[in-house]
Design a protein around this ligand. Structure first.
Ligand code: IGP
Length: 264
């Protein structure tokens, strides 16, 4: 079993526990009663590199990264540094996250919020919206075509912006086939956990010109940000480099400045 398969087994088990407490019908009502979703696309399309800054305590590849006792304080620092959106890892077993982190951050931070999880069922989409998320992650490698299309359409129906994540040429074609407006290229292979910034450079030509292009994972330095920017990234998704930095606000500002200087 790949790391991705293994994570999804745990995700489904945790979801079954939540579903026993709050059934789908109730969750649907809550999703429709949630505050209006925020649209991240205008910000992502504005000139200059945008940053999606991630709140992540640990990861399968790196183990413990940071305690983050006050996720909303971290997210506020990200916003002050110029983050265009905040990513909140809600997966519990491997990443140490929760929906509670999402709710806390959504109520204090005025940026669009991505629920970053391993989305495999409609339940999770309603759940994301019910807890205030504005974007959801759809990992193409984890989904067959019918499920991908179903989750993508449902996201749009709820006013969510799906971030469609790809890692191979075939996955990029599947994302393009959906007409996805926001496509992320993950430099980390979720089946083996290896990171290669060249992945973004190789896959980005296969992404339709009109889509917003997100470079995800492994961006640690200003040089890394400048590299993916010059390869065509509109947005970078950064976790580790920010949660381990002693001044995340400054760290974001430096990534943006370096990338913009590199492409001027
Ligand atoms: O911490 P990093 O290397 O900056 O990576 C952030 C983000 O890209 C990464 O957390 C991620 C990208 N896609 C995912 C899918 C599931 C879990 C996590 C991820």
């Amino acid at each position: 079993m790949s790391v991705l398969d293994d994570i999804i087994v745990g995700v489904r088990a945790d979801m079954a526990v939540r579903e026993a407490a709050i059934g789908l019908d109730e969750l649907v009502d809550r999703a429709f009663a949630a505050p209006e979703p925020r649209d991240p696309l205008p910000g992502f399309r504005a000139p200059g590199l945008s940053v999606i800054a991630e709140v992540k305590r640990s990861s399968p590849s790196k183990g413990a990264l940071a305690d983050i006792p006050d996720p909303e304080e971290l997210a506020l620092a990200y916003a002050a540094g110029g983050a265009a959106a905040i990513s909140v890892l809600t997966e519990r077993r491997r990443f140490g996250g929760s929906l509670d982190d999402l709710v806390r951050i959504r109520s204090r931070v005025d940026r669009p919020i991505l629920r970053k999880d391993f989305t495999v069922e409609p339940y999770q989409i309603y759940e994301a919206r019910a807890h205030g998320a504005d974007l959801v992650l759809l990992i193409v490698a984890a989904l067959d075509d019918a499920t991908l299309e179903r989750l993508y359409t449902l996201s749009l129906e709820l006013g969510l912006t799906p971030l469609v994540e790809v890692h191979t040429p075939d996955e990029a074609r599947r994302a393009a086939g959906l007409g996805a407006a926001l496509i992320g290229i993950n430099n980390r292979n979720l089946k083996t956990l290896t990171v290669d910034l060249g992945m973004f450079e190789r896959i980005v030509p296969l992404v339709p010109a009109g889509a917003v292009k997100v470079a995800e994972s492994g961006i640690l330095t200003a040089g890394d940000a400048a590299r993916v920017r010059s390869a065509g990234a509109d947005v970078i998704l950064v976790g580790e480099a920010l949660v381990t930095h002693d001044n995340p606000r400054v760290a974001i500002a430096e990534l943006i400045a370096a990338a913009d200087a590199g492409t001027r």
